[in-house]
Design a protein around this ligand. Sequence first.
Ligand code: SF4
Length: 235
Amino acid sequence: MTGRLFEIREFALHDGPGVRTTVFLKGCPLRCAWCHNPEGQSFEKEPMRRKNGETVECGEDWTAEALAAELLRNADIMAQSGGGATFSGGEPLAQAAFVCDVADRLRAAGVSSALETSGHAPEADYRAVVSRMGFVYQDLKHHDPAAFRRWCGGDLALVLRNLDWLRGSGVPCAVRVPCIPGVNDAPADREAFLRLAGPGTTVEFLPYNAAAPAKYPMLGRAFPLPCPAPVPRKP
Ligand code: SF4
């Protein structure tokens, strides 16, 4: 089984418990206007021009066996810190069978996996991957279906069905809300997100990533949100 990645980041500290290695999978069904990993959106390999003028190919194919072996190089550090591997992207659920294959290999070696997902995936893929995870971060990008369609290009009902299943699955999880100025950061938005997440669910409100526009020129694209980026509201 082969999957396509655009980065492997070692010693990540914010992608789940303990010290982790994060795998960024290429390809995403959504197109969030504030996406800070635009090189993760296309499923195709694509040229990316670095600041020094060098052009690199973004996207690399790995077998599940080779990726698991690469991740297990840090197995001792992961075990000591209570960490593991995290699958991110892009949208890792768009390569669900590959993620399941790698996660099974890691689990057989005693290493747990975590997932960072938009939740926008067919239910069968979602459940297959989530049931193999030790922890799941699921995004809620907007609480309003029309706004979600407008800003992210997806179906909020699908995300909410998956979130509902996650809450009942027993897999430890947290909901993450990327706060985008003028899009979803009003006090009423915050209340709506908390209602949707439901009682007892951990919700993390993440500040707007002001570095998000930086990668777009490297891909020959324009940042979709108004520039200069709007100033975040004061809490
Ligand atoms: S779901 Fe994530 S990777 Fe996909 S477009 Fe949105 S922010 Fe980017």
